[in-house]
Structures are given as C-alpha cells and as structure tokens.
Design a protein around this ligand. Structure first.
Ligand code: NAD
Ligand code: UDP
Length: 317
C-alpha cells in the first residue's frame, strides 16, 4: 500500500485531498498544528485504519518512520484575514515548512506536491493569468507574507527538483470554495454565505467591481490528483475560469439563499487584486481536466454546509 503524507490535513483542502487519496487506496498520515484547521474536518476518519493524524507544526523537524511514497504540502494559513493575524506563521510554513517537507520527500525518495497559489501573480497585469506570467507582487504589503512565502516555496521546490532530482509538482490554486471552509475565516464565500444566512448586511469591499473566478472543491481536488500522477514539474493553474465581479457574486448568494440582506460597501483591503481568472490551457492539455461543477450546484452544497455550522450556535468555527 502506498503511503502519502498530507500537511494541513485538518484544513479545508487538506481534508478533502485526504479523502480522495484514501479513495485511491493510499494510506495517509495527516500532519497539522490546527492553527487554522479543525479536527471536525477529519472526524469522519476516526475509525479509518489507513488514516493517522499527528498534531505537528511542520516548521519543526518532521520525523516519520517507514516508507513514504508522496508528500503533499498543503499547510498554510490561507485567507487574507489569517495573513494579517498570522503573518510570521504564514512566512514560516511557506519557507521552513516547505524546506522540511521537501527534505522528507528527498530522504524517502518520495514524490512531492506543493499547494501554491494564484497569489503568486499578485495584482496581475496579464489577464487571464498564464503560468509563464511572473506576477505583480508587493513584497512588503500585508498580503506579501503569503505571496512571497509561496514564491519562495516554488523556488525551493524547483531547486530540490533540479539539484536533488526530487520528483516535484506545483499547483497554483485559484479561489476554491465548498464544504469544510471555516465559517469565520474571512474569505468571501463563508463571509457572504454566513451574512446572508444570518440576515446581516453583505460587506462588499470597495465597490465590488474586482473580479474572482470560483472553483468548487471537488473539481480542484480532481485536478490536483491528476497532476500528482504526471511527471510534470512546472506550475499548473487549477481553477474555474468563470469570472465574475464580487458584486455579481453577492447577488448570486442573495438569490440562492433568498436573503433580504442589503449590500454595503467597506474599504478595499490593501493590494486586493482587481482581477483574477486562470488560463487553464495547460491543465486542459496536460491533464485532460476541466471544472465540471457550475456555481449554482457548488453553492447549493456550500450553503447547506454553512447552514449546519450556523445551527451549532455562535461559537461555530
Ligand atoms: P485552511 O486554513 O483550511 O488549511 C490550512 C491548514 O494548514 C490548516 O488546517 C492549518 O491548521 C494548517 N497549518 C498551517 N500552518 C501549519 C504548520 N506550521 N504546521 C502544520 N499545519 C499547519 O486553508 P485551505 O484553503 O485548505 O488551504 C490549503 C492550502 O491551499 C494552503 O497552502 C493555501 O495557501 C492553498 N490555497 C488555497 C486556496 C483556496 O482557495 N482555498 C487558494 C490558493 C491556495
Ligand atoms: N471580499 C468582500 N467582502 C468580504 C470578503 C471579501 O468584498 O466580506 C472581497 C475581497 O476584497 C476580494 C474578494 O472578495 O476582492 C475575494 O476575497 P477572499 O478573501 O475570498 O480572497 P482573495 O481572492 O482576495 O485571496
């Protein structure tokens, strides 16, 4: 049986990836320090003999006995509010955490997979974003901690590939949503759905004319799994190219929840990208992948999930 190590396994994407890997027959060792993750996301695996959870900060040395076939490095705070609250932790997990997980992959002769991000493109001047665009990043702004940590992580990954011949892959993930996101993580999907379900005003940052392109989690995980099965080492964008303004997105949430929430404008955060849409030609060609779940279908499942979380009461995460 093949063994995969997944960092960030108690998070939104790490837990969904873990489910997929178990479904593909892997044994999974999940590492997470629970800084933004939640044990609830892996609770359903409590009696799964092929899954083991270890509470571990991956910026510290990682010791794992026995064979490891694949290391998936998904640990990192992932929302703009988390970057403000956890700037040093974000930089450390992208740099030291990537170094440690690459070191583990090298020592075990394992494959390595880095969860990188569309943040590498910063506030992009090329639209849609292709993988060969080098980006427009402010290194010293509040979002710079994620952008630069992930750019460093990509550089470190390519160096381990070129110098140590580690079999690496890099995915650049664009805005992804779905069940197991944290209700209060500040990202736009939980923020708007939570506000709509509670009948509170929907907080548009700026005038809501900035664009994003939202990918449902099952589509993303499928692209990631397919990429892990290739021998392709350069970054690959995975995301849904269905671009819309944040105002249009708020209107879609209001329509789908039947909420009476008004839209209110609040200051636009520093360096908030004005537009974002993946060019997925590389993923289409290389992986035969494209997103299948439309926004309505994905939001329906996501709204049901958040209804359940809100019903848990005011302390629900
Ligand atoms: P998340 O916050 O739900 O999950 C991240 C997990 O990493 C959490 O469980 C957290 O506790 C854990 N973690 C953080 N620092 C750690 C450390 N030092 N040691 C061990 N565990 C640590 O976020 P997510 O949305 O699941 O994001 C997962 C990865 O995907 C991140 O690397 C993120 O940058 C990347 N990403 C996500 C998106 C998206 O839209 N969801 C977009 C771009 C990139
Ligand atoms: N946003 C918003 N209201 C909110 C939360 C976010 O208008 O309550 C906007 C944010 O300014 C950004 C977009 O929604 O333009 C997506 O934000 P998110 O935090 O999800 O991630 P980002 O794509 O910026 O990394």
């Amino acid at each position: 049986m093949k063994t995969a190590v997944v960092t960030g396994a108690a998070g939104f994407l790490g837990s969904n990836l873990t489910d997929r890997l178990l479904g593909e027959g892997y044994r999974v060792i999940g590492l997470d320090n629970l800084i933004t993750g939640n044990r609830v996301n892996i609770e359903h695996l409590r009696n799964e003999p092929r899954f083991e959870f270890r509470e571990q900060d991956v910026t510290e040395h990682i010791a794992i006995a026995g064979d490891v076939n694949f290391v998936f490095h998904f640990a990192s705070p992932a929302s703009p509010i988390d970057y403000l609250e956890l700037p040093i932790q974000t930089l450390k997990v992208g740099s030291l955490g990537t170094h440690n997980t690459l070191g583990l992959a090298k020592a075990k002769g394992a494959g390595f997979f880095l969860a990188s991000t569309s943040e590498c493109y910063g506030d992009p001047l090329v639209h849609p974003q292709t993988e060969d665009y080098w980006g427009n990043v402010n290194p010293i702004g509040p979002r710079g901690v994620d952008d630069e940590a992930k750019r460093f992580a990509e550089a470190m990954t390519m160096a381990y590939h070129r110098f140590h011949k580690v079999n690496t892959r890099i995915v650049r993930i664009f805005n992804t949503y779905g069940p197991r996101m944290r209700l209060k993580d500040g990202r736009v999907v939980p923020a708007f759905v939570g506000q709509a379900l509670r009948g509170e005003p929907i907080t548009l940052f700026g005038d809501g004319s900035q664009t994003r392109s939202f990918c449902f989690v099952s589509d993303l995980i499928d692209g990631i799994y397919r990429l892990s099965q290739t021998e392709y080492h350069e970054p690959v964008n995975i995301g849904n190219p269905n671009e819309m303004t944040i105002r249009q997105f708020a209107e879609a949430i209001i329509e789908m929840t039947g909420a009476k929430s008004p839209l209110i404008e609040q200051p636009l955060p520093t360096d908030d990208p004005k537009q974002r849409k993946p060019d997925i030609t590389r993923a289409r060609t290389l992986l035969g992948w494209e997103p299948k779940v439309d926004l309505k279908t994905g939001l329906k499942q996501t709204i049901e999930f958040f209804k359940g979380r809100i019903a848990e009461g005011p302390d629900a995460r």
